[in-house]
Write a protein that binds this ligand. Structure first.
Ligand code: AMP
Length: 285
């Protein structure tokens, strides 16, 4: 496993490998790595000759300065965790290297980037598009791996690919959870012991909502019930719960509005504050 800190070194090394027709999988991360990230990496190692993991806390996707400052940075632990996973290159660029000048590019990501996370975190997805487009440009992987925990992000990346038109396959990986159901997230380390005990109720409520649907509750009734249930727990303050079409991310108004296929289904997406920590999760109906 080679640790690389500059774009030039990355491109020199990958250039050599590409001459030998090696296929490359890219796993973009912001570090504080956990089993969710590792599941993406395992898929990449299985599918490709070489795996590049990038670790970069991207300032342009944070719309909240405190969130950026408090984002966990655990480089030594991350490198240790990656050591036996079959990763070939870990790319850890500096902010100065990635953004020698402010990135003024505005991507027209359309309606998928305007709802839910896009609405609550203005500029977030444009920042994601800025960093991912740079990583795609530098690495030019055959495949790139993203987790379904950030469901809307995957839709945004697919849209970005249509704009920049690179031949990269996006591989979507299922959400990895703790035994108690809490979706793994780097932000979970910021929860207090008491908050950590309450946080699994987010997924518990999402799972219950499937039963409410099966009992005959309408989309709107399920939405309001999820919000009111979550708000009943100490520390939890729901920000939104939306039930949308998995393809368009447009709101669904009735359950039978969508002809369900493996790619198209109603999905419930939630953002909840647990104390000061903002967590997201989702469930497929
Ligand atoms: P992050 O470091 O939070 O930017 O996440 C890097 C990648 O890991 C993104 O594609 C995330 O969707 C994915 N990821 C984060 N948490 C999980 C999880 N619990 N299960 C699956 N993928 C995840």
């Amino acid at each position: 496993m080679q640790v690389i800190r500059t774009v030039k070194e990355l491109q020199d090394k990958l250039g050599e490998e590409k001459k030998n027709k090696k296929t490359i999988g890219l796993v973009p991360t912001m570090g504080a790595l956990h089993k969710g990230h590792i599941s993406l990496i395992k898929n990449s190692v299985k599918d490709n000759d070489l795996t590049v993991v990038s670790i970069f806390v991207n300032p342009t996707q944070f719309n909240n300065l405190t969130d950026l400052e408090k984002y966990p940075r655990t480089e030594d632990d991350d490198l240790k965790l990656l050591l036996h996973e079959g990763v070939d290159f870990v790319f850890l660029p500096s902010v100065e290297e990635v953004y020698p000048e402010p990135d003024t590019r505005e991507f027209d990501l359309g309606s998928i980037a305007k709802v839910m996370e896009g609405e609550m975190r203005p500029g977030h997805f444009n920042g994601v598009a800025q960093i991912v487009s740079k990583l795609f440009d530098w690495v030019r992987p055959e495949r790139a791996y993203f987790g379904e925990k950030d469901f809307q992000q995957i839709a945004v990346i697919k849209k970005l690919l249509k704009i920049i038109n690179y031949p990269i396959q996006i591989i979507e990986c299922p959400i990895v959870r703790e035994n108690d159901g809490l979706a793994l997230s780097s932000r979970n380390t910021r929860l207090s012991e008491e908050q950590r005990k309450v946080a699994p109720n987010i997924y518990k409520t999402l799972k219950q909502s499937i039963e409410w649907k099966n009992q005959g509750l309408s989309v709107n009734e399920v939405k309001s019930k999820v919000i009111s249930e979550l708000a009943n727990y100490p520390f939890l303050t729901p920000e939104y719960y939306e039930i949308v079409n998995s393809n368009t991310l447009e709101p669904v108004s009735s359950w039978n509005e969508i002809a369900v296929t493996p790619d198209t289904y109603p999905i419930g997406c939630v953002a909840v504050y647990c104390g000061e920590v903002r967590l997201i999760d989702n469930i497929k109906y």
